[in-house]
Design a protein around this ligand. Structure first.
Ligand SMILES: [Zn+2]
Length: 71
């Protein structure tokens, strides 16, 4: 094990795996460009996962209330 030789773990850009400087304004990315790439991927992933909200998702776990609307 050589963990003791790394008191401050080196952060790497999650996009291109290049070393990311904590002083970089784009941290944890190595550059604003990689930050935009990550943002774009995050947006695409969010849209692909999003599905219409099902009212049953809300009703579940809320039984016992007096103001539950009848079906
Ligand atoms: Zn990068």
């Amino acid at each position: 094990m050589t963990d003791s030789q790394h008191p401050a773990p080196q952060r790497v850009c999650p996009i291109c795996k290049a070393p990311a400087d904590i002083n970089n304004q784009a941290f944890p990315f190595c550059s604003p460009r990689c930050r935009l790439i990550d943002l774009n991927q995050w947006m695409e992933g969010r849209y692909s996962v999003t599905r219409p909200l099902d009212p049953q998702d809300i009703d579940e776990g809320q039984t016992g209330g007096d103001d539950v609307a009848p079906p």
